[in-house]
Design a binder for this molecule. Sequence first.
Ligand SMILES: Nc1nc2c(ncn2[C@@H]2O[C@H](COP(=O)(O)OP(=O)(O)OP(=O)(O)O)[C@@H](O)[C@H]2O)c(=O)[nH]1
Ligand SMILES: [Mg+2]
Ligand SMILES: [Zn+2]
Length: 388
Amino acid sequence: MSKNESAIHTVRLYLFHFQSKMASNITSSDIIIMEFKDLGFNDWFKERLLESPQPEFSLARVTAVNKNNFLIRNEDAEIPAEITGKITYGAKTNLDLPTIGDWVKVEYFNENTFAIIHNILPRKSLLKRKVAGKEIEYQPIASNIDVAFTVQSVDFDFNLRRLERYLIMINESDIKPVILLSKSDLISQENLEKEITEIESINPDCEIISFSNKTGEGLENIQKILKPGKTYCLLGSSGVGKTTLINRLIGKNVFTTNAVREKDGKGRHVTARRQLIILEQGGLIIDTPGMRELGNIGVSTGIKETFTDIFQLAQNCRFNNCTHTEEPGCSVTVAVKNGELSEKRYQNYLKVRKESEFFEMSYLERRKKDKAFGKMCREVKNHYKRKL
Ligand SMILES: Nc1nc2c(ncn2[C@@H]2O[C@H](COP(=O)(O)OP(=O)(O)OP(=O)(O)O)[C@@H](O)[C@H]2O)c(=O)[nH]1
Ligand SMILES: [Mg+2]
Ligand SMILES: [Zn+2]
């Protein structure tokens, strides 16, 4: 058998194994049979699968993450699953645990009504945020996303700074961002256009779609983006209408929504967990609960992609290590002076950069301090040892 033939053989084995296991268990009439490719499986994952074939396991995708268990979707059904002790105890960080959107290798039990997750396939992309705590920690949001929709409502929620933060997070993960402006029914056309111009001035390259779940305006532009086999993700504050949008897209009120508080338009954190939803017209979409805070981002690549205009200008600065503040011959500050770069945009850039530098620095400092503290403890111990 040639190398290629053997690879194909392995995939067939997988599928055969999978199909024969499932064949005996198709009982419910409402089971929707899907192909792996409709669940987002493609050549990229196939290659990864063939790198470490384990035909004893089957393939499935994680569709929901609860505290101690998961839901996975295979070609036939969505079923509960748990992870092996090896994954649990071997995980060094949260990122080593399955997250929503992951492709996983599983073993079925109890007539395919329950599964154990043995391995996670490499991720094509991972959306994660930094959480500040004792140590730098990342919280996975979702994996294997093709396009992330960052949603802001045009009324209370509109905030360029926050939008920038979302874009940094998305860009840093190598995922295509699309900006959605929701509740366009709550604003005049004139003010809507103003908001769009403001976003365009800071983000000329990103697609912006305004829409209303109430009137249906703009929904077809979102529909147009959704393609079979691709995975999308909705991000944004609580109450901006993410879940309502999904209900509109599937044409049914399947998922729970709730009114925002009247006095400040704040959402009530209705969606409690992330879930992956299969759209009838093809495509998969992940609903996420509104995030209370994005955490510190502090990732230089994401900043670079979000502030491309500034990095472009910076190429002409006189000094390589220009901080774009007080240096002579700085093209960035010149651009601000002559109006080519808006003062607001420049200030946002400085602020985001400062936060990220501060975060990285304080982390390094903490580590240094920890080391120094450890050293001091050892010295004190040795001192007393010698004395005793
Ligand atoms: N006027 C108006 N109201 C909307 C629109 N979309 C959603 N809403 C309302 O906004 C409220 C919040 O909507 P949800 O879909 O629950 O918001 P969410 O983003 O999923 O919020 P979390 O799940 O808490 O993160 C609901 O009362 C919706 O009816 C819209 O386009 N226009
Ligand atoms: Mg919701
Ligand atoms: Zn400069």
